[in-house]
Design a protein around this ligand. Structure first.
Ligand code: HEC
Length: 210
């Protein structure tokens, strides 16, 4: 029996007990207790029948080297990483979006070389892309592009190459990342980010992108 069903059974017995008290016992105090038991029992049964939602962290995408045979296999994995572990979609849209506070990545694979994309992900401060959607001067985006190869996101080299393959594919470009570049087995774990960099990312996530 599931835990919820067990608790509901207890609730049901409490209700039953309360009804029995009301039916068979005349003492006023006992009747009040019986009535309270019925109300509380019904309440708990109702509360327990509300479907539960557990919010678990997104499932880690297993990077199975054996499953990668073609460049589009890489792009497929890159797409999953883009929307899950990589957290790219928290900030970036693919196509114009009202709420986008970070560059729209539509067609980015055609705009940037793979080397430049790799640098954008691993050395985001090397070249800051400005927001040109203003009438006056272009401004810096309110968010900061995080170091993708360091914690908290901490993508491995294999994962970053796959994300680049995805960015190229969704831009309609030929994928220039080849499965042969995937490092076998023990991919080096990501380096620890300095606390300051980590802190810069947190408020953006917390405030959401509306
Ligand atoms: C915390 C928000 C945030 C997250 C998460 C994030 N980015 Fe960015 N990204 C930015 C901002 C802001 C910029 C623009 C400033 C800059 O160039 O550093 C940017 C710039 C970029 C650029 C360069 C754009 C250009 O036109 O030159 C690329 C490519 C990019 N991000 C890809 C990614 C990918 C892929 C991921 C996920 C692995 C990702 N970003 C995750 C905020 C974010």
């Amino acid at each position: 029996m599931s835990e919820v069903a067990f608790l509901q059974l207890i609730g049901l017995s409490v209700v039953g007990l309360g009804i029995a008290v009301l039916l068979f016992i005349k003492a006023r105090f006992a009747r009040v207790v019986g009535f309270v038991a019925i109300v509380l029992g019904l309440f708990s049964i109702t509360a327990l029948s509300v479907p539960q939602m557990a919010s678990l962290p997104p499932v880690e995408e297993k990077f199975d080297v054996a499953n990668i045979k073609t460049a589009s296999d890489m792009a497929a994995i890159g797409q999953k990483i883009f929307f899950s572990k990589g957290q790219c979609a928290l900030c970036h849209s693919i196509g114009p979006s009202e709420s986008a506070r970070c560059p729209d990545l539509k067609g980015i694979g055609a705009k940037l070389t793979r080397e430049f994309m790799y640098e954008s992900l691993t050395q985001p401060q090397a070249y800051i892309y400005l927001d040109f959607r203003h009438e006056s001067q272009p401004k810096e985006y309110p968010a900061r592009m995080p170091y993708i190869n360091k914690n908290p996101i901490g993508l491995s080299k294999n994962e970053i190459l796959s994300v680049i393959a995805f960015l190229q594919q969704m831009s309609g470009e030929p994928i220039t990342v080849s499965p042969s570049e995937i490092t076998q087995a023990s991919d080096t774990p990501p380096a620890q980010a300095k606390p300051a960099q980590t802190a810069a990312v947190v408020p953006i996530h917390a405030s959401g992108l509306n």
